[in-house]
Design a protein around this ligand. Structure first.
Ligand SMILES: CC(C)(COP(=O)(O)OP(=O)(O)OC[C@H]1O[C@@H](n2cnc3c(N)ncnc32)[C@H](O)[C@@H]1OP(=O)(O)O)[C@@H](O)C(=O)NCCC(=O)NCCS
Length: 190
């Protein structure tokens, strides 16, 4: 089902389900990460991952009680979101870094925004204070998505990645979720 929004863009009217990922989702998680992350500068991984790698990755998250959710549309996994501790030292335990990936056949239909809204809501409910997006500085769709949802620029790390025969800059974007002092242990318990 589609609707035409004022911008003229077609968007899915979401009969979309966001649910926890399971091992059955590993083929889709692998495909989406390889095509949208490894094959681009959205991720600084250099080699395709295989399904064994993604299954281990999923189990690591589940074992640490870190969320991995998928967006499912008409029975097909079309994107995923996750977050994990920003850094391992305990003072960072109320700060997370998130990742959002959407299948290239389903871009610009509101799925990335829905996944990001889920991540923000989940992190807030888990007592997280700050979310950090660590983005390739040339990733216009991702930067635009973060700005749309209230993230603010927190600086650029110049030339910290070498991929595809070029240096790449990282743009940091942060969202402070509440003014409160922490009242519970953050997700991940780093
Ligand atoms: C970034 C990404 C997740 C966006 O997902 P999406 O489902 O296509 O995005 P949405 O349709 O929900 O768009 C939400 C907002 O994102 C921004 N956006 C999305 N695609 C864009 C594009 N091609 N150009 C500019 N802005 C874009 C816009 O602000 C948009 O709001 P609008 O529709 O009001 O203009 C998707 O492009 C993707 O998976 N990219 C590869 C992986 C990646 O870069 N992940 C982010 C790193 S954590």
């Amino acid at each position: 089902m589609h609707a035409v929004f004022p911008s003229g863009r077609r968007r899915i009217i979401l009969p979309m389900l966001i649910r926890p990922a399971t091992p059955d989702d590993v083929p889709a998680l692998t495909h989406i990460y390889n095509t949208q992350g490894v094959a681009t500068t959205a991720s600084y991984d250099l080699e395709d991952v295989d399904e064994t790698n993604r299954l281990e990755w999923l189990h690591e998250h589940i074992d640490l009680d870190l969320p991995v959710v998928v967006a499912e549309l008409d029975g097909r996994v079309v994107g995923y979101a996750t977050y994990s501790p920003f850094r391992v030292k305990p003072g960072y335990r109320f700060t997370v870094e998130h990742s959002i990936y959407v299948d290239g056949d389903y871009h610009k239909r509101g799925i990335g925004e829905a996944l990001m809204e889920w991540a923000i809501s989940s992190a807030r409910d888990s007592g997280i204070h700050v979310m950090v997006g660590v983005l390739d500085a040339a990733n216009v769709p991702s930067i635009s998505l973060h700005e749309k949802l209230g993230f603010v620029s927190a600086g650029i790390w110049k030339q910290v990645c070498w991929k595809f025969g070029a240096w790449h800059d990282v743009a940091l974007f942060t969202l402070i979720l509440s003014d409160d002092e922490p009242v519970q242990l953050a997700h991940g318990g780093c």
